[in-house]
Design a binder for this molecule. Structure first.
Ligand SMILES: Cc1ncc(COP(=O)(O)O)c(C=O)c1O
Length: 396
């Protein structure tokens, strides 16, 4: 019989010790597996529910507009595409293992020490490295109620215990997190801005969190959407000032390179040294490294994409709100549209699909009455509002 993990989730609201986030993923100790085998998975692994990625397909519909994965609707910089094409002439060569050129570019563009940058196959890989390196059986890893799914998955993969802490009306609650910290806490993951809520907390709150955490714990600031926030450094200054703060970033969102899988992390030298010991020497292809560097250096295009997102995000949120579909002010490239209840959200999603529009259901993120809608280009935003208007008028 396949052995099932003894490590389940701990659910805390951080204040009273009672769970306010209705239970997900408790240990599946009694789950039956097909077939008898002496082969067992490591503790935690059988508690992992497979990551649900955003769909880009509707049966029988051509020209689908995909608004389910927070991709840049304008695509990557032309310079990045050229760099990718040029890399085709060196496919027989192994890629750079020290990734010095991309790290140097990140250092230049963001004003950081390149020696403390580490690159990963998406920031997903950096999250996995952090869990693998710093948490294991008996340790706890905190994430927030509507936090990104990979925190829980990577925690369980490392054999550690995920601890879910309630948010305050879809906003990270620093006090609840501090209350949930204890001697077993090894990592605290905060996405700022958060996915799928789009909300963020300010630098004073982040500093208070970093200062209040136990000494053995690392605060991970996930800045996958940080570039969308004009003037926000993603937590870089906090990393510089403290020994216990680490920042993750990605080329998958504003830079439009989701397909290439390039992310990076920035932290204190001692932490980066630990992570580099478990990083595969060739974890990123040369085409990915070159394209990311070219995208990073095309600052004019990046600014253009940020401005377009800002403009159409406001237009989309406002259009939906006028139809009775409110959302929190989003700082990212999506809007979390809230419907009256789960039924209305699901019906609207089904209707949008008949119109060729694919958005993201987020019941798995404990937001059953909401749909997460990526900010598309002008045409896509207009089509979404038009379709929701028809839906509200009874078209479904
Ligand atoms: C909050 C957050 N963090 C990290 C990631 C991972 O991005 P990637 O692995 O593409 O860098 C995502 C992707 O959706 C995300 O939403």
């Amino acid at each position: 019989m396949l052995k099932i993990s003894l490590y389940g989730s701990v659910l805390l609201n951080g204040k009273s010790g009672f769970s306010c986030c209705s239970g997900n993923g408790m240990s599946k100790q009694n789950k039956k597996a097909d077939g008898m085998t002496a082969i067992t998975a490591q503790p935690g692994i059988m508690d992992i529910e497979l990551y649900q990625s955003g769909s880009g397909h509707i049966e029988g519909v051509d020209n689908v507009i995909k608004l389910s994965s927070n991709e840049n609707p304008l695509g990557p910089s032309e310079a990045a595409i050229k760099a990718y094409q040029n890399a085709a002439f060196s496919l027989h060569r192994y890629p750079s293992s020290d990734q010095a050129s991309l790290r140097g570019a990140i250092g230049e563009v963001y004003g950081l020490d390149p020696n403390r940058v580490i690159c990963g196959a998406g920031s997903d890989e950096i999250i996995a490295f952090l869990c693998q390196a710093f948490a294991g059986p008996g340790d706890e890893v905190i994430h927030t109620e509507h936090g990104f799914a990979m925190y829980r998955i990577s925690t369980l993969a490392a054999g550690a215990t995920p601890v879910e802490v309630c948010e305050n009306e879809r906003v990270t609650d620093v006090d609840a997190i501090l209350d949930a910290c204890n001697a077993k806490t090894k990592l605290v993951f905060i996405a700022n801005p958060n996915n799928p809520t789009g909300t963020m907390i300010g630098e004073a709150d982040l500093a208070r969190l970093a200062d209040g955490m136990p000494k053995q714990a690392i605060l991970v600031l996930d800045g996958a959407y940080a570039e969308y926030v004009e003037g926000y450094d993603g937590g870089a200054a906090l990393v510089e000032q403290r020994e216990n703060v680490f920042m993750t970033r990605t080329f998958s969102k504003l830079y439009g390179l989701g397909s290439l899988r390039v992310g990076w992390g920035y932290g204190p030298a001692a932490l980066v040294d630990v992570l580099n010991r478990i990083r595969g020497p060739f974890n990123l292809s040369q085409s990915a490294l070159d394209a990311a560097e070219a995208a990073l250096r095309d600052i004019e295009y990046t600014n253009h994409c940020r401005r377009e997102n800002e403009k159409w995000r406001a237009w989309l949120a406002n259009g939906l709100s006028e139809l009775g579909v409110p959302s929190d002010v989003s700082q990212a490239n999506f809007v979390l549209a809230r419907f009256a209840n789960q039924e209305e959200a699901e019906n609207c999603d089904a209707y949008l699909q008949t119109q060729g529009l694919v958005v993201r259901r987020v019941a798995g993120y404990k937001l059953p009455n909401a749909l997460r809608i990526t900010v598309g280009d002008e045409s896509a935003c207009r089509q979404v509002v038009h379709a929701v208007r028809n839906f509200k008028a009874g078209a479904a």
